[in-house]
Design a protein around this ligand. Sequence first.
Ligand code: ADE
Length: 239
Amino acid sequence: MKVDIVSIFPDYFAPLDLSLIGKARTTGTLDLTVHDLRTWTSDVHRTVDDSPYGGGPGMVMRPEPWGQALDAVVSDGATLVVPSPVGKPFTQADAQQLAGLDHLVFACGRYEGIDQRVIDEARDRMPVREVSLGDYVLFGGEVAVIVIMEAITRLLPGVLGNADSLTEESHAAGLLEAPVYTKPLAWRGREVPDVLRSGDHGRIARWRREQSLLRTADRRPDMYDAYPPDLLDKWDRKA
Ligand code: ADE
Protein backbone atom coordinates (compact mmCIF):
# COMPACT_ATOMS: atom_id res chain seq x y z
CA MET A 1 0.00 0.00 0.00
CA LYS A 2 1.21 3.50 -0.85
CA VAL A 3 0.60 6.27 1.71
CA ASP A 4 1.40 9.98 1.49
CA ILE A 5 0.95 12.24 4.51
CA VAL A 6 0.91 16.05 4.15
CA SER A 7 1.43 18.11 7.32
CA ILE A 8 3.13 21.27 8.57
CA PHE A 9 4.77 19.09 11.26
CA PRO A 10 6.51 16.20 9.46
CA ASP A 11 8.48 15.43 12.65
CA TYR A 12 5.27 14.30 14.32
CA PHE A 13 5.50 11.10 12.30
CA ALA A 14 8.77 9.77 13.74
CA PRO A 15 6.85 6.94 15.52
CA LEU A 16 5.95 5.52 12.10
CA ASP A 17 9.57 4.32 11.86
CA LEU A 18 9.07 2.08 14.90
CA SER A 19 7.69 -1.34 15.72
CA LEU A 20 5.43 -3.13 13.26
CA ILE A 21 4.70 -0.07 11.09
CA GLY A 22 8.47 0.46 10.76
CA LYS A 23 8.86 -3.20 9.84
CA ALA A 24 6.05 -3.01 7.26
CA ARG A 25 7.91 -0.07 5.68
CA THR A 26 11.23 -1.94 5.66
CA THR A 27 9.73 -5.04 4.08
CA GLY A 28 7.91 -3.00 1.42
CA THR A 29 4.36 -3.84 2.57
CA LEU A 30 3.93 -0.13 3.28
CA ASP A 31 5.43 2.60 1.07
CA LEU A 32 4.96 5.70 3.25
CA THR A 33 6.15 9.26 2.56
CA VAL A 34 5.67 12.30 4.80
CA HIS A 35 5.55 15.72 3.07
CA ASP A 36 5.92 19.21 4.53
CA LEU A 37 2.99 21.35 3.37
CA ARG A 38 5.26 24.41 3.39
CA THR A 39 7.09 22.92 0.38
CA TRP A 40 4.12 24.21 -1.61
CA THR A 41 4.15 27.80 -0.30
CA SER A 42 5.59 30.62 -2.41
CA ASP A 43 6.03 33.55 0.00
CA VAL A 44 9.13 34.24 2.07
CA HIS A 45 7.31 33.42 5.35
CA ARG A 46 5.99 30.12 3.93
CA THR A 47 2.51 31.08 5.10
CA VAL A 48 -0.14 28.36 5.30
CA ASP A 49 -2.93 30.13 7.22
CA ASP A 50 -5.03 33.29 7.33
CA SER A 51 -7.95 34.75 9.27
CA PRO A 52 -11.43 33.30 8.66
CA TYR A 53 -13.94 35.01 6.35
CA GLY A 54 -16.95 35.97 8.44
CA GLY A 55 -14.81 36.57 11.51
CA GLY A 56 -14.32 34.45 14.58
CA PRO A 57 -11.36 33.10 16.50
CA GLY A 58 -8.29 31.32 15.15
CA MET A 59 -6.89 30.84 11.68
CA VAL A 60 -7.88 28.76 8.65
CA MET A 61 -5.48 26.91 6.34
CA ARG A 62 -5.25 28.65 2.96
CA PRO A 63 -6.30 26.65 -0.10
CA GLU A 64 -3.32 27.37 -2.43
CA PRO A 65 -0.61 25.26 -0.72
CA TRP A 66 -3.12 22.44 -0.19
CA GLY A 67 -4.21 22.50 -3.83
CA GLN A 68 -0.61 22.27 -5.03
CA ALA A 69 0.28 19.60 -2.48
CA LEU A 70 -2.61 17.39 -3.53
CA ASP A 71 -1.86 17.96 -7.23
CA ALA A 72 1.67 16.72 -6.53
CA VAL A 73 0.97 13.62 -4.43
CA VAL A 74 -2.43 12.33 -5.56
CA SER A 75 -2.41 9.50 -8.13
CA ASP A 76 -5.23 8.00 -10.19
CA GLY A 77 -7.13 5.76 -7.80
CA ALA A 78 -6.00 7.55 -4.61
CA THR A 79 -8.35 8.17 -1.70
CA LEU A 80 -8.00 11.34 0.36
CA VAL A 81 -8.42 10.99 4.14
CA VAL A 82 -8.92 14.15 6.18
CA PRO A 83 -9.00 13.68 9.96
CA SER A 84 -11.30 16.28 11.47
CA PRO A 85 -13.54 16.66 14.52
CA VAL A 86 -16.41 17.24 12.05
CA GLY A 87 -15.78 13.96 10.20
CA LYS A 88 -17.74 10.72 10.41
CA PRO A 89 -16.66 8.48 13.32
CA PHE A 90 -13.70 6.27 12.29
CA THR A 91 -14.48 2.59 12.94
CA GLN A 92 -12.88 -0.83 12.51
CA ALA A 93 -15.00 -1.23 9.36
CA ASP A 94 -13.39 1.94 7.95
CA ALA A 95 -9.95 0.56 8.81
CA GLN A 96 -10.81 -2.63 6.93
CA GLN A 97 -12.03 -0.73 3.85
CA LEU A 98 -9.00 1.59 3.77
CA ALA A 99 -6.63 -1.37 4.24
CA GLY A 100 -7.93 -2.77 0.94
CA LEU A 101 -6.99 0.35 -1.08
CA ASP A 102 -3.80 0.92 -3.09
CA HIS A 103 -3.09 4.58 -2.33
CA LEU A 104 -4.10 6.77 0.63
CA VAL A 105 -3.31 10.48 0.95
CA PHE A 106 -3.72 12.02 4.40
CA ALA A 107 -4.23 15.79 4.77
CA CYS A 108 -3.47 17.00 8.29
CA GLY A 109 -5.37 20.17 9.17
CA ARG A 110 -4.30 22.53 11.94
CA TYR A 111 -5.84 25.63 13.52
CA GLU A 112 -9.57 25.93 12.75
CA GLY A 113 -9.23 23.58 9.78
CA ILE A 114 -8.60 23.63 6.01
CA ASP A 115 -10.50 26.00 3.66
CA GLN A 116 -13.59 24.00 2.68
CA ARG A 117 -12.94 24.52 -1.06
CA VAL A 118 -9.91 22.21 -0.84
CA ILE A 119 -12.11 19.32 0.29
CA ASP A 120 -14.92 20.19 -2.16
CA GLU A 121 -12.51 20.39 -5.11
CA ALA A 122 -10.80 17.14 -4.13
CA ARG A 123 -14.20 15.44 -3.94
CA ASP A 124 -14.77 16.26 -7.62
CA ARG A 125 -11.81 14.10 -8.61
CA MET A 126 -11.34 11.41 -5.93
CA PRO A 127 -13.04 9.68 -3.01
CA VAL A 128 -12.66 11.80 0.14
CA ARG A 129 -13.21 10.58 3.71
CA GLU A 130 -13.46 13.13 6.51
CA VAL A 131 -13.10 11.05 9.67
CA SER A 132 -13.21 11.86 13.37
CA LEU A 133 -11.52 9.80 16.08
CA GLY A 134 -14.05 10.84 18.70
CA ASP A 135 -16.02 13.65 20.25
CA TYR A 136 -13.08 15.73 21.39
CA VAL A 137 -10.85 18.26 19.67
CA LEU A 138 -7.13 17.65 19.03
CA PHE A 139 -4.62 20.32 18.03
CA GLY A 140 -4.55 18.87 14.53
CA GLY A 141 -4.82 15.78 12.37
CA GLU A 142 -1.28 14.45 12.93
CA VAL A 143 -1.94 12.22 15.94
CA ALA A 144 -5.19 11.06 14.33
CA VAL A 145 -3.23 9.93 11.24
CA ILE A 146 -0.86 7.90 13.43
CA VAL A 147 -3.86 6.21 15.07
CA ILE A 148 -5.53 5.52 11.71
CA MET A 149 -2.26 4.17 10.25
CA GLU A 150 -1.92 1.74 13.19
CA ALA A 151 -5.47 0.50 12.68
CA ILE A 152 -4.86 0.02 8.94
CA THR A 153 -1.31 -1.37 8.94
CA ARG A 154 -2.10 -4.22 11.30
CA LEU A 155 -4.73 -5.39 8.79
CA LEU A 156 -2.30 -5.53 5.84
CA PRO A 157 -1.39 -9.08 4.75
CA GLY A 158 1.66 -10.45 6.54
CA VAL A 159 1.96 -7.69 9.16
CA LEU A 160 0.57 -9.66 12.11
CA GLY A 161 2.16 -13.06 12.63
CA ASN A 162 -0.99 -14.79 13.83
CA ALA A 163 -4.02 -14.21 11.58
CA ASP A 164 -6.27 -15.63 14.34
CA SER A 165 -5.62 -12.53 16.40
CA LEU A 166 -7.41 -10.56 13.69
CA THR A 167 -10.52 -12.70 13.57
CA GLU A 168 -10.98 -12.96 17.34
CA GLU A 169 -10.26 -9.42 18.37
CA SER A 170 -12.48 -6.76 19.88
CA HIS A 171 -14.66 -4.82 17.43
CA ALA A 172 -14.08 -7.21 14.50
CA ALA A 173 -16.65 -9.54 16.06
CA GLY A 174 -19.03 -6.80 17.26
CA LEU A 175 -18.28 -7.54 20.93
CA LEU A 176 -15.47 -6.52 23.29
CA GLU A 177 -12.91 -9.22 24.08
CA ALA A 178 -12.80 -11.15 27.35
CA PRO A 179 -10.08 -10.36 29.96
CA VAL A 180 -6.68 -12.01 29.40
CA TYR A 181 -4.13 -13.47 31.86
CA THR A 182 -0.59 -14.85 31.77
CA LYS A 183 1.95 -16.15 34.32
CA PRO A 184 2.34 -16.10 37.27
CA LEU A 185 -0.71 -18.04 38.42
CA ALA A 186 -1.03 -15.91 41.58
CA TRP A 187 -0.03 -12.24 41.73
CA ARG A 188 -0.60 -9.88 44.69
CA GLY A 189 -3.19 -12.26 46.07
CA ARG A 190 -5.12 -12.53 42.80
CA GLU A 191 -5.41 -15.81 40.93
CA VAL A 192 -6.03 -16.53 37.28
CA PRO A 193 -9.65 -17.80 36.90
CA ASP A 194 -9.79 -21.61 37.39
CA VAL A 195 -11.56 -22.21 34.09
CA LEU A 196 -8.58 -20.92 32.08
CA ARG A 197 -6.37 -23.58 33.73
CA SER A 198 -8.88 -26.40 33.23
CA GLY A 199 -7.66 -27.45 29.78
CA ASP A 200 -11.35 -27.83 28.84
CA HIS A 201 -11.46 -25.85 25.58
CA GLY A 202 -15.26 -25.93 25.39
CA ARG A 203 -15.63 -24.46 28.89
CA ILE A 204 -12.92 -21.87 28.16
CA ALA A 205 -14.65 -20.75 24.96
CA ARG A 206 -17.99 -20.53 26.80
CA TRP A 207 -16.44 -18.49 29.65
CA ARG A 208 -14.78 -16.10 27.22
CA ARG A 209 -18.01 -15.67 25.32
CA GLU A 210 -19.90 -14.87 28.56
CA GLN A 211 -17.24 -12.38 29.66
CA SER A 212 -17.42 -10.71 26.23
CA LEU A 213 -21.17 -10.30 26.49
CA LEU A 214 -21.01 -9.00 30.08
CA ARG A 215 -18.22 -6.53 29.27
CA THR A 216 -19.95 -5.27 26.15
CA ALA A 217 -23.31 -4.83 27.92
CA ASP A 218 -21.61 -2.94 30.79
CA ARG A 219 -19.17 -0.75 28.86
CA ARG A 220 -20.69 -0.40 25.40
CA PRO A 221 -24.48 -0.74 25.63
CA ASP A 222 -24.67 0.84 22.12
CA MET A 223 -22.58 -2.04 20.71
CA TYR A 224 -24.47 -4.63 22.72
CA ASP A 225 -27.86 -3.41 21.46
CA ALA A 226 -26.56 -3.41 17.87
CA TYR A 227 -25.32 -7.01 18.13
CA PRO A 228 -27.42 -9.11 15.72
CA PRO A 229 -29.73 -11.36 17.81
CA ASP A 230 -29.23 -14.24 15.35
CA LEU A 231 -25.54 -14.32 16.37
CA LEU A 232 -26.56 -15.13 19.97
CA ASP A 233 -26.66 -18.89 20.59
CA LYS A 234 -28.80 -20.85 23.05
CA TRP A 235 -26.08 -20.67 25.71
CA ASP A 236 -25.85 -16.89 25.67
CA ARG A 237 -27.59 -15.28 28.61
CA LYS A 238 -28.84 -11.79 27.88
CA ALA A 239 -27.04 -9.64 30.44
N1 ADE B 1 -8.48 16.82 14.44
C1 ADE B 1 -8.85 17.55 15.52
N2 ADE B 1 -9.67 16.84 16.30
C2 ADE B 1 -9.85 15.63 15.70
C3 ADE B 1 -10.60 14.47 16.01
N3 ADE B 1 -11.35 14.38 17.11
N4 ADE B 1 -10.54 13.43 15.16
C4 ADE B 1 -9.80 13.51 14.04
N5 ADE B 1 -9.08 14.57 13.70
C5 ADE B 1 -9.09 15.63 14.51
